[in-house]
Write a protein that binds this ligand. Sequence first.
Ligand code: HEC
Length: 136
Amino acid sequence: MKRAAVAIGLWALAGGVAAATPLLELMKQEVDPAANAFWAAGNDPPEGEGPQAADARWAAAAVAAAKLEADGRLLTRPEHSRPGEWDAYAEMMEEAAAAGRIAIGKRDVEAAFEAGGRLYEACAGCHARYIPGRGG
Ligand code: HEC
């Protein structure tokens, strides 16, 4: 996990997500790619994946989990927060990402899958409630 730890450190040094990123940009450029990298830890590995590719996939998932944790926290800040259940969904995202980060650190596929499910509920729940036309 050394490589993942280094990557997370570098990302933190770079300042993480800029606080003033507009929401849609944050979702498309940060949250969505990070979620996909995160979910890759709890899914079946790609066919014929070698040990090096597996290391890279887990390392990317660890970085993604740390990003999602920070993004969840960011969503509760005044510049993003909204009335109603917004903060609850954002906190659910943060907590699922934190649980996923621990699972990914242990390469625990089962726990990563579970955290991934909770993460998905946070995304889908907030979208259903706050994106007009999604219903919910
Ligand atoms: C706290 C609320 C909240 C959470 C949690 C959240 N989103 Fe979003 N997301 C939004 C809102 C609101 C928009 C619409 C933004 C706009 O159009 O200005 C959006 C838009 C998006 C979009 C672009 C529009 C589209 O096609 O759906 C993507 C992609 C996206 N979110 C991915 C995710 C993923 C993946 C997660 C979970 C890891 C997530 N979001 C979690 C509130 C949230």
